[in-house]
Design a protein around this ligand. Structure first.
Ligand code: IMP
Length: 448
């Protein structure tokens, strides 16, 4: 590979010049995902030459407005939209090659150039195979009322096979056809036995058909497949500005989130090192993304959920429907206890408050500042889901501002109530707010 060189001076004229100083940045969601991370990643991409995804798969959904167009990305890092930026799919992802190729095609159809020059996929990433998707559905069906509410993309079942090892296929394995064919035949026998036992209505899988389609996918994705870990280390040596783009959110982290109602990867910043090979000490700036209220898709406890007209109002105004599945998101007040916990897990330096404009017409806005659990007040986030289920939120109430704020461009343009609300978020989290987003456009961002 040719020597890498990155020009640190190339953003002298950019709107967000302050963001150019730092070399390695991480953007991570502090709630249950869908915090509008894509917008901040997009702003920061101006000053970064490399954007890296390190966990998850095509369960994620990012909506990005770029050059007046709206793009919905799932597996591809947001940086793919920017000329000159390298987008990296790290080793920590689970990759469905068919979904990857479809996403590449949909972007190239819209004129976004994608080649081995601007997209790199780790040969260590794990491959989602058709049986992972079938298993995901079978397990969810068997859980009935306790269903996790997965995206149905075979994410958890692929990560399970990664941990199991004997049933795992990595991208690099696709280029060793003899051993791939032998291992696949063996795996499919086991999968068919298990699936049939769990759900007799399931259609049996055909190893030969899977082998044929996956060897074809392997050829098609070959231009992008590299050892991304080695590539990232070279980029670091060449002083590239690297941006880590988290998917989902910290409360969905398999170790630190609301287990078992979580995704199956480390979706907090804990996943950066394992999912990219870049040590955490390389990260200069950790930005936590906080939606001005809370949303969640799928099952699991949600203490500040609003099953009333305010929740519906937030859903309607915030267009709170899943990017990947289209499911209506559950909506509620901002949970300061959960979000501050997410920030502690991630080691966040600063926060971005997103979608503040959505709360504009409410008489009053609330932030949960503590829980009452079985009569005791606490600001600790419970480790067991049954404790979180009985947690009663204790709210700080702030008068609504009842005013459109989408035209605000500086802090002083915001009405008193909106500023008081942002101050409360900062105080409860013990962190400075550095961005306030008051609309989808880049210009609708207040930098502090
Ligand atoms: P899975 O990742 O498909 O296994 O789903 C596990 C849980 O994570 C479910 O509650 C999903 O709704 C949730 N989830 C997965 N990806 C996202 C996301 O990008 N945003 C929000 N929730 C997600």
């Amino acid at each position: 590979m040719s020597a890498l060189s990155f020009c640190a001076e190339s953003h002298a004229g950019c709107l967000f010049r302050r963001e150019c100083i730092v070399t390695v940045t991480s953007v991570v969601g502090l709630q249950w995902g869908d915090e509008a991370k894509g917008k901040i990643v997009d702003i920061l991409t101006d000053s970064h030459q490399v954007v890296v995804r390190y966990q998850g798969g095509n369960n994620a959904g990012h909506t990005v407005k770029f050059d007046g167009e709206t793009y919905k990305l799932s597996l591809l890092p947001t940086g793919i939209l920017r000329p000159g930026v390298k987008a990296v799919i790290g080793n920590g992802l689970v990759v469905n090659p068919e979904a990857l190729l479809k996403e590449i095609q949909s972007l190239t159809d819209r004129g976004v150039p994608i080649s081995g020059e601007n997209l790199m996929v780790s040969d260590r990433a794990h491959v989602i195979l058709p049986y992972h998707i079938v298993e995901d559905a079978v397990y969810e069906k068997r859980r009935g009322e306790q269903a996790i509410g997965t995206t149905g993309r075979g994410i958890g079942t692929c990560y399970r096979d990664k941990a199991l090892r004997s049933h795992a296929i990595r991208i690099g394995d696709l280029y060793h056809p003899n051993s791939f064919r032998t291992r696949l035949a063996d795996i499919v026998v086991a999968k068919n036995l298990m699936l049939k036992a769990l759900d007799p209505s399931v259609e049996l899988l055909d190893a030969d058909a899977i082998f044929t389609s996956y060897t074809r996918y392997a050829e098609l994705i070959k231009p992008y497949v590299v050892d991304t870990t080695a590539w990232l280390h070279r980029a670091l040596q060449a002083d590239a500005n690297i941006l880590f783009e988290g998917a989902q959110g910290s409360l969905l982290d398999v170790d630190h989130g609301t287990f078992p109602y979580v995704t199956s990867s480390n979706s907090s910043s804990a996943g950066i090192h394992s999912g990219s090979g870049v040590p955490e000490r390389e990260i200069d700036r950790m930005i936590g993304i906080v939606k001005a209220y809370t949303t969640r898709v799928g099952g699991g406890p949600f203490p500040t959920e609003l099953n009333n007209e305010i929740g519906q109002h937030i859903r309607d105004v915030g267009h709170e429907y899943g990017t990947v599945t289209g499911r209506p998101r559950r909506c509620g007040w901002l949970d300061g206890v959960a979000t501050a916990y997410g920030a502690r897990i991630c080691g966040v330096d600063e926060i971005a408050v997103m979608l503040l404009d959505v709360l504009a017409q409410l008489d009053e806005v609330c932030i949960c500042e503590a829980y009452e659990i079985r009569g005791e007040r606490t600001t600790d986030f419970p480790s067991h889901v049954e404790d979180l289920e009985v947690a009663k939120p204790i709210y700080r109430r702030i008068p609504g501002w009842k005013q459109d704020i989408t035209g605000a461009r500086k802090l002083s343009d915001l009405p008193f109530g909106a500023r008081a609300y942002v101050d409360s978020i900062s105080e409860l989290m013990g962190l400075p707010v550095k961005f306030i987003s008051i609309g989808p456009d880049r210009a609708q961002t207040i930098l502090l």
